[in-house]
Design a protein around this ligand. Sequence first.
Ligand SMILES: Nc1ncnc2c1ncn2[C@@H]1O[C@H](COP(=O)(O)OP(=O)(O)O)[C@@H](O)[C@H]1O
Ligand SMILES: [Mg+2]
Ligand SMILES: [Zn+2]
Length: 279
Amino acid sequence: MTEHSAKNMVSVSAALSAHQETFDPVSVVCGEHGSFESFGTLYVIGSVRREVWTKCPSCTSEERDQEREKRELMAKERSDANVFQLLSQTAIPPRFVGKTFSNYRVESDKQAKALAVCKEYAQSFDSCLNTGASLILSGMPGTGKSHLAAAILQAILPKHVGAYVTLMDLIRSLRDTWRRDSTTTESQLLNRLTHLPLLVIDEIGVQYGTDGERAILFDVLDRRYREMKPSILMTNLAKDDFRTAIGDRVFDRMTEVGRWVPFDWPSYRIQARKEVKNA
Ligand SMILES: Nc1ncnc2c1ncn2[C@@H]1O[C@H](COP(=O)(O)OP(=O)(O)O)[C@@H](O)[C@H]1O
Ligand SMILES: [Mg+2]
Ligand SMILES: [Zn+2]
């Protein structure tokens, strides 16, 4: 549009006579809500005349309520779907979904301490993200390491979407990228693993395959260390064996940014069974 024609438009619209008039209210009967006063307005724009009368106020507010409810429901569905989707992205095993800080039972000071450390970690996760502060949860099976790690992953949602893997899964999925028909390359997967806001690696034990496979763990942890990304490692090994398992260099780096959290109390499963027997 040229400047000239734009100017013409302005003068045309100014020339259009536009005004409105109000009518005296009339009494109207709504089939549902009975009689009400309807107010009318006549809009005159050039040669166009339009009469608008207010509708039954009860119907209008019902409509508005319904629309609001619909909007709210849709928003809730969206956010539920979102959390559900985010939860599935974290790959927390189904049996640990819903395991939280509040349903972790505390029966000793040591357990209270471990719970407090994990809770505090989740609460201050924004700063862990900048420093790469990590946790190493170490203890016998059934002491609730996976439970508390799942609680941390869930507590930082939806802001931060971390991921849970067992060491075996991690090795397997990296090894799968070596296959000729793989759609992901090893470096793509390593990249994704390196940049996750939180990576939880469960079940780090002694018996995990070849040196080549062990090198995968060193590689992932080393990359995350260099990027200052936090990780949570879980193991049923004591400190010395854990050092041997992950190698001196990675061990030193992990303990530099990571806090060693001992889970040295009896298995919850045994405890729960005893309680059932004694009940
Ligand atoms: N202190 C606790 N309070 C409530 N449930 C617990 C507690 N410790 C363990 N559990 C439950 O016992 C089961 C085994 O715990 P898990 O987290 O798998 O142990 P770990 O990873 O140390 O082997 C899980 O279902 C877990 O929720
Ligand atoms: Mg576990
Ligand atoms: Zn009505």
